[in-house]
Design a protein around this ligand. Structure first.
Ligand SMILES: [Zn+2]
Length: 233
């Protein structure tokens, strides 16, 4: 059972970052009438995948991914989707204070009781890491008793070894169709994996089933906080 929240804020850098690991959780909160905002920092316009077979090109990809993101949001039931307009593959070079302030502004406006993002250090891609760092820096400035909870997605190879087992496991079976639709919405990026999952589901393959039964997160371990302090903050 997913805990009741006042407001859930989901922050990721790319359209489709939510698709495989979080869309079931998002749909679950929305099915409980929990207000939820998804802030997507870029349009993933530098993505390598152009569809399978290719149907996008460098010019059309941003528009296509924007439409895919809207479609995915609809599939999950999101009615507060924020496209934050930053540039794909550049977040690690953005000013750290600007990145942190962007998150602080969202927190000030929405007063979330839970934020979902990547786990810094275990998020693999530089844009993912930059996003995670900005969230940690923004939340760290809040008095520890008033901080929203942080549920973080981690998938680096050393995740289990370093962080142990995830402490937050959401059962998403009830919303699995919504999750599949969210994954299908991002078809320019997801076609390959989706084909594997859909074939697997036909024969109850456990590897495929795990995508539509559970989603796992780590509560951020403040006692092992390794995100660098910003000078002047
Ligand atoms: Zn991504």
């Amino acid at each position: 059972m997913i805990e009741k929240e006042r407001h859930v804020l989901v922050i990721f850098p790319h359209p489709d970052d939510e698709a495989f690991g979080v869309s079931g959780t998002i749909a679950s909160y929305i099915s409980q009438d929990t207000p939820l905002t998804y802030a997507c920092l870029t349009l993933g316009e530098m993505g390598r995948n152009l569809g399978k077979p290719p149907f996008a090109n460098r010019e059309t990809l941003p528009m296509i991914r924007k439409e895919e993101l809207k479609l995915a949001a609809k599939a999950m039931g999101i009615n507060d989707l924020r496209m934050m307009g930053l540039r794909d593959k550049t977040l690690e070079f953005e000013d750290d204070i600007k990145m942190k302030n962007l998150v602080t502004d969202l927190i000030d406006e929405l007063d979330p009781s839970l934020i979902i993002t990547f786990y810094p250090g275990y998020a693999v891609h530089p844009d993912h890491e930059a996003t995670a760092r900005a969230v940690i820096r923004a939340v760290r400035e809040i008095d520890s008793k008033k901080r929203p909870k942080l549920h973080c997605l981690a998938f680096a190879n050393n995740t289990l070894e370093d962080l142990g087992a995830p402490d937050v496991i959401n059962n998403i079976e009830k919303v699995k169709e919504r999750k599949l639709d969210a994954m299908r919405a991002h078809i320019s990026q997801t076609a390959r994996i989706l084909e594997m999952i859909e074939e697997g589901l036909k024969v109850d393959d456990p590897e495929a089933l795990k995508w539509v039964t559970k989603e796992s997160f780590y509560s951020y371990k403040w006692e092992q906080d390794k995100v660098k302090q910003l000078s002047g903050s």
